[in-house]
Design a protein around this ligand. Structure first.
Ligand code: AMP
Length: 198
């Protein structure tokens, strides 16, 4: 199963992706996690991405497309994968299509977590507080100021993907403001339906 989780930062894509990993035994491909790992490891990509990420802006399409193309060829992606935080631009969406086509693969689902923006800032503050309380490092881009920029980037560059997948008849939506368990159930219900996606 190959699916895309769409939605603004803080919508719960990562949380839901982790649940899908457990249930379906396929990996979560979070470009945010991969980029953070690159930054932590001080790789060339990490060095180029760090300032952009800290500012809440998007890393270049060329960088993320290359990371994902390499990642989906790993053996653990053989049964499928969950794309979390990717694609984030129309260029990336076209790239997904090209990548999959070249491998004789297709998408099974594109699921948008529909959320109320105003609630997102609160969620992000909570996420930072929880991380702090658990003794974890708080993401530099989880401050309200940087979060606002991430949200702007989302509306400018990522929200057009909703129209892109809708026009292709591939978009499905869930109420992302429901409880975590409820959102999981909504997603599982969509996945249990016979595939309508080409
Ligand atoms: P995330 O953990 O998905 O919120 O991503 C954290 C940051 O990594 C984003 O604010 C971007 O700077 C960068 N990033 C993650 N995924 C992408 C992507 N698909 N395209 C461009 N930048 C990305």
């Amino acid at each position: 199963m190959r699916l895309i989780l769409l939605g603004p930062p803080g919508a719960g894509k990562g949380t839901q992706a982790q649940r899908l990993v457990e249930r379906h035994g396929i990996p979560q491909l979070s470009t945010g996690d991969m980029l953070r790992a690159a930054v932590a490891n001080g790789t060339d990509v990490g060095k180029r991405a760090k300032a952009v990420m800290d500012a809440g802006e998007l890393v270049s399409d060329a960088i993320v497309n290359a990371i994902v193309a390499e990642r989906i060829d790993q053996p653990d992606c053989g049964k499928g994968f969950i794309l979390d935080g990717y694609p984030r631009t129309l260029v990336q969406a076209d790239s997904v299509e090209t990548m999959l086509k070249a491998r004789g693969l297709s998408l099974d689902a594109v699921i948008e977590l529909v959320v109320d923006d105003r609630a997102l800032v609160k969620r992000i503050v909570k996420r930072a507080d929880e991380a702090k309380a658990a003794g974890q490092t708080v993401r530099k881009d989880d401050t309200p100021e940087v979060f606002e920029e991430r949200l702007r980037e989302y509306y400018k560059k990522t929200a057009p993907l909703i129209g892109y997948y809708y026009a292709k008849g591939q978009l499905q939506t869930v109420d992302g403001m429901a409880s975590i368990n409820d959102v999981t159930q909504q997603i599982e219900a969509l996945l249990a339906q016979p595939a309508t996606v080409e």
